[in-house]
Ligand binder design. Structure first.
Ligand SMILES: C[S@@+](CC[C@H](N)C(=O)[O-])C[C@H]1O[C@@H](n2cnc3c(N)ncnc32)[C@H](O)[C@@H]1O
Length: 224
């Protein structure tokens, strides 16, 4: 293994040295139209789980190049994109030019330190937990609890180990890489009980955890 998995900043800056590389690591493709369509799908899931309201301040953990933010920002009061990688944020800044209610924030890789307590209505993170250590998934859930206002909502997702396609992801990585050769960003699945335990230990109410499309696990909750 060339890098420590927990050295998120080094890993993700190295994966986003060019626009093309960043897009490929964010989504596996570089087509802007598909970015837009996939963002619409993500926003539909947010609508179903945490709701999307015009007076909401939204914060995304691991926003990448602003795939979701570009489509979501015009629907809400403010969108704050946070990412561990300055390179990703630079590309996001270019994609978000001309959308005034957006803000970008570099973060440490395990907390939301620049964001004040109780400042946000919705925190979400999508296609990010698979790249984190379990402790850091929970660190971010605790931080979401801190930065949300009472009544604020939280959403997260990951690949579900217990789904058929999630199991295939696990097996593919097991067979492909010897332990010392695993890339730092390799995807690691979650399970529904893991996400539920994290949300409940962090103090979220109205916790809902479910599977989707035989691949994803997602969880949501409300700050009491
Ligand atoms: C697969 S991309 C997903 C980007 C975006 N959420 C989307 O769906 O388009 C993963 C993103 O998470 C960021 N990331 C990785 N580890 C992180 C960490 N520990 N804290 C914050 N962001 C992280 C990466 O820089 C990258 O932008």
């Amino acid at each position: 293994m060339s890098q420590l998995r927990g050295d998120y900043k080094t890993t993700w800056n190295a994966l986003s040295g060019s626009k093309q590389e960043a897009y490929l690591y964010v989504a596996g493709y570089t087509d802007e139209e598909k970015f837009h369509a996939d963002a619409e799908d993500t926003i539909d899931i947010l609508r179903e789980t945490v709701g999307v309201r015009p007076d909401d301040v939204f914060l995304e953990i691991g926003c990448g190049v602003g795939r979701v933010g570009r489509v979501l920002a015009p629907l809400v009061k403010e969108w704050i994109g946070c990412d561990v990688s300055a390179n990703m944020l630079k590309l996001a800044g270019r994609r978000l030019l001309g959308i005034p209610n957006t803000r970008l924030q570099e973060i440490s890789g395990y907390d939301l330190q620049p964001i004040p307590d109780g400042a946000v209505d919705v925190v979400y993170t999508t296609v990010v937990f698979m790249h984190l250590e379990e402790w850091d998934r929970y660190n971010y859930i605790l931080e979401a609890m801190r930065v949300l206002r009472p009544g604020g909502r939280f959403y997260c997702d990951n690949v579900d180990l217990a789904s058929p396609a999630g199991w295939a992801v696990f097996e593919e990585s097991r067979k492909t890489f010897k332990p010392k050769d695993r890339p730092a960003q390799i995807s690691k699945c979650s399970t529904q009980p893991e996400i539920e335990a994290f949300l409940k230990h962090a103090g979220f109410a109205d916790v809902r955890v479910a599977g989707r499309l035989n691949f994803w696990v997602y969880g949501s909750g409300t700050k009491p």
